[in-house]
Write a new protein. Structure first.
Length: 487
C-alpha cells in the first residue's frame, strides 16, 4: 500500500474530515476530484432558466446525504437495474451574469425498475428508502449520483425528480423543483433488452403524451444527455436557476481554530490546522493536482483565503463549516490572530496559540492511526475496509508507522506547503511510550506536507488496550489515544 493510500484510508474512517494528502515513495501526489467530461468545465454562456414542474405525489423528506442512492438502508439491499452515473451541473442565472451555484442542496428521487417508489404506503414500501438522496453542490456547481435507469409507471414517461434548495444556516431561502427526462430511443433499448425492465409489459406513456412534459410552457425542459458505458450509462444535465443565496460573511466558531489531528487548542508552524465555523466557503472542495502552484499547496481555494498572524495559510480542504490547512512558517509564539475571507467578506479575527511544537496523533476513533510495515491497518476494532488489509491489534515486536502533525522543525528543513517526496527527520528527538514501556523509535520525521511519520517497535506487552503517547521538546501528544496489542 502506498503512503497516500494509507492516509486516504484514515480520511475515510476519521471522525472528522482529515487529510487525504501524502507523498508516496518516489513521487509527490495529491488526490484529485473526479468529473464527468460533460460537466467538467463551467458553462461558457448563461443557460436558459429551467422550467419548474410539479414535485409529484411521491416526495418524502428523508434527509439522506449520499451519492449512491441504489442502496436501501433498511436492509442494505441494492435496487436492481442498469447502472446510471448522473452528474447535475447547477448554474445561477441572473440579469448581471451567470456562474456556478455552489452550496445548494440537490435531492433526487425516482421509481425503481418496476415502477415503485420507496417509503410510500400506497405502494407497500413504507420504511424503505431506496432511490432517494441528496448532495450539496461543490464550487463548480456540480453534484454526482450513482443510481439506476428509472423504470416507468402508468400515465408517466421515464423521469427523475429534482429539488434544489439554498440555505442561510438552517433557514431555507430558495427552492426550485423540476423533473429530468430521457430520450425515448435509449429508454426503448434499455426496456427491451435489459432485466428486470424487460419482464414488464410495454409502457403506456412516452415523452410525446406525458402530461408533465407536454404541459411544460415556461423555461427550458431538462433532458439527460446520455452516454453508454461498459457498465451502463453516464448522464449529465445542466440546470439554470435563479435562487436567493447566502451572503453572510464567514464566522469562525469560538475556540474554532484547532490542531488538525487532535482537534485541541494549540498549533505549530507547518502543522495541519482545522478551522470550524459558519459560511467559511460556498461549498466543499478539496485541492486537486491542477491547483498546486509550483508544487505547493495554494493560498486560495474555492474563493477562500486564510491568514494566521497576518501570513497566508496553505489550503487543502474548504467547506461551509470546516477548513483544513497547513500553517505558514512563523517564528512567533503566543496568541496570534486568524481570519477567513471569501467573496462575502472577512471574518472577525479569531485567535490561536502558536508554539514551536504542538504534537498530536491522527486517530481512528479512540485508537492511534497505525500501519504495520507490511501495509496492514491496525484500527483497534478489526473493522474491514474495502481494498485494505486490517487488523484489530498489533503484536509485540511489530514495527508500526504512526501518523501525526506538529512535531516541529526537521533536518533538512522543509518549507510549509511543499508537496515533497522523501523523508526529513525531526530536529528534536521523538520518544514513544506504549502503556508504561518505551517503544523503540527508528524514525521520526516529515513524510509529506505537515504530516509526520513515526516508526516504532511495539514493546513486549500482554494483550490489551494501552495508552500511546509521543513526546518531543518536552510536550506530549493528546491523552486518551490507545493502541491495541493482540498477540
Amino acid at each position: 500500500m502506498s503512503a497516500m493510500e494509507r492516509v486516504n484510508l484514515l480520511n475515510r474512517v476519521s471522525r472528522r474530515k482529515t487529510l487525504g494528502l501524502l507523498g508516496a515513495a518516489g513521487a509527490a501526489v495529491v488526490t484529485t476530484v473526479g468529473r464527468f467530461s460533460e460537466t467538467e468545465a463551467e458553462a461558457a454562456s448563461c443557460l436558459t432558466l429551467a422550467g419548474a414542474q410539479t414535485e409529484g405525489p411521491y416526495w418524502v423528506e428523508e434527509n439522506l446525504n449520499r451519492s449512491d442512492i441504489r442502496v436501501d438502508p433498511s436492509d442494505n439491499s441494492v435496487r436492481p437495474g442498469v447502472l446510471l452515473n448522473l452528474a447535475i451541473q447547477l448554474q445561477q442565472v441572473a440579469s448581471t451574469g451567470c456562474g456556478p451555484l455552489a452550496g445548494a442542496r440537490v435531492d433526487i428521487w425516482h421509481c425503481d425498475a418496476g415502477g415503485t417508489y420507496s417509503d410510500e404506503a400506497a405502494q407497500s414500501s413504507t420504511g424503505r428508502k431506496y432511490l432517494r438522496g441528496y448532495q450539496v453542490s461543490d464550487d463548480t456547481g456540480l453534484v454526482q449520483f450513482t443510481t439506476i435507469y428509472p423504470g416507468w409507471y402508468s400515465g408517466r414517461t421515464v423521469h427523475i425528480h429534482v429539488r434544489i434548495r439554498t440555505y442561510s444556516g438552517t433557514t431555507k431561502i430558495g427552492e426550485f423543483v423540476a423533473q429530468l427526462f430521457f430520450d425515448d430511443t435509449v429508454t426503448d433499448t434499455v426496456f427491451s433488452s435489459q432485466a428486470p425492465y424487460n419482464t414488464r409489459r410495454t409502457r403506456d406513456t412516452r415523452n410525446s403524451n406525458d402530461m408533465v412534459l407536454t404541459g411544460a410552457n415556461s423555461g427550458a425542459v431538462l433532458f439527460v444527455n446520455l452516454t453508454q458505458t461498459s457498465t451502463g450509462y453516464s448522464g449529465a444535465a445542466s440546470i439554470g436557476v435563479n435562487l436567493k443565496t447566502d451572503t453572510a460573511a464567514p464566522a469562525i466558531s469560538s475556540a474554532g481554530v484547532v490542531n488538525g489531528a487532535s482537534f485541541a487548542a494549540g498549533i505549530a508552524p507547518g502543522s495541519w490546522v482545522a478551522i470550524f465555523g459558519q459560511n467559511l466557503a460556498a461549498a466543499a472542495h478539496t485541492v486537486t493536482a491542477a491547483e498546486l502552484v509550483n508544487g505547493s499547496l495554494p493560498t486560495s481555494l474555492g474563493g477562500v483565503t486564510v491568514t494566521i498572524n497576518g501570513r497566508p495559510a496553505f489550503l487543502y480542504y474548504v467547506s461551509p463549516t470546516q477548513i483544513n490547512l497547513q500553517a505558514p512558517a512563523d517564528a512567533s509564539t503566543g496568541t496570534v490572530s486568524v481570519a477567513v475571507s471569501n467573496s462575502a467578506g472577512t471574518s472577525s479575527a479569531s485567535t490561536a496559540m502558536l508554539e514551536p511544537v504542538s504534537p498530536a496523533f491522527f486517530t481512528l476513533g479512540s485508537y492511534v492511526a497505525a500501519v504495520r510495515i507490511d501495509g496492514t491497518i491496525i484500527n483497534g476494532t478489526g473493522a474491514t475496509s474495502a481494498g485494505y488489509v486490517t487488523a484489530a491489534g498489533a503484536k509485540p515486536v511489530d514495527v508500526l508507522e504512526l501518523y501525526g502533525t506538529g512535531f516541529g522543525t526537521t533536518t533538512p528543513a522543509v518549507a510549509p506547503d511543499v508537496v515533497f517526496q522523501g523523508a526529513a527527520p525531526t530536529t528534536n528527538p521523538v520518544t514513544v511510550t506504549i502503556g508504561s514501556l518505551p517503544g523503540a523509535v527508528s524514525f521520526a520525521g516529515l513524510a509529506a506536507a505537515g504530516l509526520y511519520q513515526i516508526n516504532v517497535t511495539v514493546p513486549n506487552l500482554p494483550n490489551g488496550d494501552y495508552a500511546v503517547a509521543a513526546q518531543v521538546a518536552g510536550l506530549s501528544t493528546q491523552s486518551g489515544v490507545l493502541l491495541k496489542v493482540q498477540a
